[in-house]
Design a binder for this molecule. Structure first.
Ligand code: CDP
Ligand code: CDP
Length: 221
């Protein structure tokens, strides 16, 4: 059984997907981290983020690894741990520019489907229920108000000891959601057969329980 969780930035996808996977004993796959790792590699190698061919060929040359550890998921780029680096504001600001190229998405989809073909997964992203795993047994479109999503990111930054500005974060999230929603290939969309879950005012535990309930209903039917 596969679970697809899509939605805009800061909706809580990675947090609840990870906890749901742990609860069910499934593998968690963070597809956003894969796009972020490619963006980081491009920035390091000086590849233009508007050069579709070069980005697609860079993706062929690098290795992206996702590893579950007790402390959470770690992300590796060419066997180097880049878990923190891929969350840097420079990457967050530019990742959507990389993710909009059709050839990059095509190659990412192949990698992601291969990962899901090996075991039951909880996969989160933007196009999982619509394109990557259209046959996923459970599909959730997780969202929350823009104010709450920005506030969640703001608190997260402060907890990690980083400087943050709430208004700037809100603008960055809005801009990224717009780029993700407006792109021609596999845009951010709710799949027709997904359950919309508005997590505004909900705790992480409440959201996870709701998703597990959806999975139970599915296995009972
Ligand atoms: O965690 P956050 O919501 O900030 O973003 P993310 O899940 O790490 O994804 C970063 C970016 O990767 C998104 O804004 C999209 O541009 C891109 N992405 C995508 O296009 N398709 C996916 N399946 C996952 C992420
Ligand atoms: O992956 P996505 O960008 O959708 O969101 P995330 O990185 O999982 O969650 C963003 C922040 O919101 C994290 O610090 C979570 O702990 C927090 N969060 C929350 O406060 N309440 C929820 N119901 C879900 C997430």
């Amino acid at each position: 059984m596969n679970i697809a969780i899509d939605g805009p930035a800061g909706a809580g996808k990675s947090t609840v997907a990870q906890l749901t996977a742990k609860h069910l004993g499934y593998t968690y796959i963070d597809t956003g981290a894969m796009y972020r790792a490619l963006t980081l590699a491009a920035l390091h190698e000086g590849v233009s983020l508007s050069d579709e061919e070069e980005l697609a060929s860079l993706l062929d040359r690098i290795s992206i690894g996702l590893q579950q550890q007790a402390s959470g998921q770690r992300v590796f780029l060419n066997n180097r741990d880049v878990t923190e680096e891929i969350r840097h504001p420079d990457v967050s600001r530019q990742v959507s520019l990389v993710a909009k190229h059709p050839k990059v998405r095509e190659k990412m989809m192949v990698l992601q489907r291969k990962l899901a073909g090996q075991e039951s997964v909880v996969m989160d992203g933007r196009d999982i229920g619509t394109f990557v795993l259209p046959d996923a047994e459970v599909k959730v479109f997780l969202t929350a108000s823009i104010e709450e999503r920005a506030m969640r990111r703001y608190k997260e930054m402060l907890e990690k000891g980083h400087d943050a500005n709430l208004a700037d974060l809100q603008l960055e999230i809005q801009l990224r959601d717009k780029t993700d929603s407006d792109r021609e290939v596999a845009p951010l969309r709710c799949a027709e057969d997904a359950t919309i879950l508005d997590s505004t005012g909900m705790t992480i535990e409440q959201v996870v329980s709701r998703i597990i309930e959806l999975c139970k209903n599915k296995t009972q039917n």
